[in-house]
Design a protein around this ligand. Sequence first.
Ligand code: GTP
Ligand code: MG
Length: 316
Amino acid sequence: MPKEKAVHDLEDLPGIGPTTATKLRAAGIDTLDKIAVASPHEIAEMTGISVEAAKKAVQIAQESTTIAFETGEQFYEKRKLIGKISTGSSDLNDLIGGGVETNGITETYGRFASGKTQLGFQLAVNVQLPKDKGGLGGNVLFIDTEGTFRPERIEQIAKAAGMDPKEVLANIAMVRVPTTEQQILTLERADSVIQEMNIKLIIIDSLTSLFRSEFIGRGALGERQQKLNQHIHRLQTLADKYGLAAYITNQVMDNPGIMFGDPTVPIGGNVIAHAATTRLYMRKSKEDKRIVRLVDSPNMPEGECVIKITPDGIKD
Ligand code: GTP
Ligand code: MG
């Protein structure tokens, strides 16, 4: 039997020459995985090759793509390497299984002054602590879309934690983004800053506000959701690739369809609901108290706890 050539690229597939490959790439079908799940008819139509030739190419692409199976045990071993950032409140840590996890996205949603940003500040300080003190010994990329980043507040929280406030601030890469384009680009180009600064926490405060104000009306909703979807998947990719934690805040709206109970729902619909690993709903209580509800988690039961926003930061 003739030995088959190893397939690495589109051009390695039978019947796919440079011209056809260029047409496929232009149409967004730029990897073997994408060919493997494409329809031969679609490929034939796009490129002008015969359906038969396209079928063969798809078949070879399917045979040459590898799926990395893992046993549950191997996966469990990997899970043990997941880091956790303390929130400052032991009750909140317990609620979410020990702290804000790496390799995932933790979302808080809630009305204004519910404490979403304050929790972000606390995490930005705590992630810098050593592992045995509730941190990850890593630094922060803080993407501010609302102009609410406050270095003074970070200083205050850092001092209370017995850390050098100057150093803590120097370990935070802050980016103020005024448009969704810049917000998206910041993540697209984040690889180098993540590596250079040993970033272990990415905060986007808030994920949704710019999308909400730029894409107005029913006609824009599809495009908004599509962009938001890509953006949040990019965040998950970075979380996996670098073993970092992602913390996003989200605005809320009233769902008029809910007649009884709390009508507050997060912005972003299914796109964010599916992408966020852990979802927390924060609401104001008396004075400095805030109620945090765990709405969605892969491994913890739903529940609630009370935290306090104090001058020293988030406490029980
Ligand atoms: P939006 O961004 O407006 O949606 O709200 P948010 O959920 O981000 O609220 P944020 O985290 O900014 O919480 C604001 C609340 O935190 C304020 O109402 C204060 O009660 C409290 N807070 C803010 N700064 C301080 C501070 O320096 N000391 C204390 N004790 N509380 C503070
Ligand atoms: Mg805020």
